[in-house]
Design a protein around this ligand. Sequence first.
Ligand code: GAF
Length: 391
Amino acid sequence: MITQNDFVMEEKLKEIFVKKFETTPLIVKSPGRINLIGEHTDYNDGFVLPASIDKYAYVALQKRDDDKISLYSIDFEEQHEACLNDLSSPEKHWPVYILGVVDQLLKAGFSIKGFNLVICGTVPIGAGMSSSAAVECATVFALNELFGLGIAKIDMVKMAQKAEHEFAGVKCGIMDQFASMFGKSNQLIRLDCRSLEFEYVPFLMKGIKIVLLDTNVKHSLASSAYNERRIQCEKGVELIQQYQPLVKSLRDVDMEMLDKYVLPVDELVYRRCKYVVEEIERTTKACNDLKEHDFISFGKKMFKTHEGLSTLYEVSCAELDFLISQVKNNPDVLGARMMGGGFGGCTINLVKEEAADDLIEKISIAYQKAIGRKLNYYHVSVDDGTSTVNR
Ligand code: GAF
């Protein structure tokens, strides 16, 4: 769906590009994502239930005759220059995701030339809606179009994910890039992160709004703690493999194995793995709830997920826990939990439509009083994945 906002954004982007480079660009947009349930399960071969949202990264670009890459960010009002044979990981934050993708294309042996690119976006940065995956997917999709590379969507997703690993240094799973690229209007994606098989599940919660409450904090340890969690999960698997060699990931593990092989050796690793094993099972059950239209049961599972993320996986923070405590016993809120990697960002709340405005107002006041910060909020709807903007 194209809103007035998108239209203004796309026109502005085009105008700035034409002014800077005196030629008409190709424009691509790629969305941020929400995730209903299945958190920190993607890199453990589990299930996730994300959806792409009506907030996007936009790139406008055109070929050059030389090997230069000239980037301009409208939002940061910054320029960055690089060269195909010297992409060296930039100090500025935003070019990392674009050049990381170029690096992947070159490593995969694709032949591209230099290009001019202007970027802007409506995915809030650091709010847990995966603005970085949106930029990576927009970039890889756009370069694939521009240079006629013929890369399949799933391979673009994998390249975008690897760009995040190698240039941004975050060993993320595949969920964010997959959701951005494969999203579909009004559909959730039930993705098996082991086989990469997926199905669209209609998002049919009539009278229910998705409200994201943004803590307005992003704690600095987020990416190192993320990588540390991943290592702890791998350690759990290794401990079990000594006795059960067929186990490849936490997807293959049950509580009995954890109790027997991990708990006696490493209590911290045990707690991390316990959360993941439970969350993989919970996500499967939550998908069944959705099929049966049992949103009450689905919502309860979201609260359970938050509890696990906070007490076992320890990726929540005081601000996120506060927001959950505010909605936990509210009958107008079916379910809520922190969303994404953690240590800040948003909570995702399923709220009865008629109660949403009132709820946001009350929590904003309470948040300011208790935490001393402004609370941001977003209403999001589920929209299509990466696409070319034809105009
Ligand atoms: C971040 C990562 F990028 C995802 O791959 C996923 O692991 C998520 O955190 C947690 O579920 O968004």
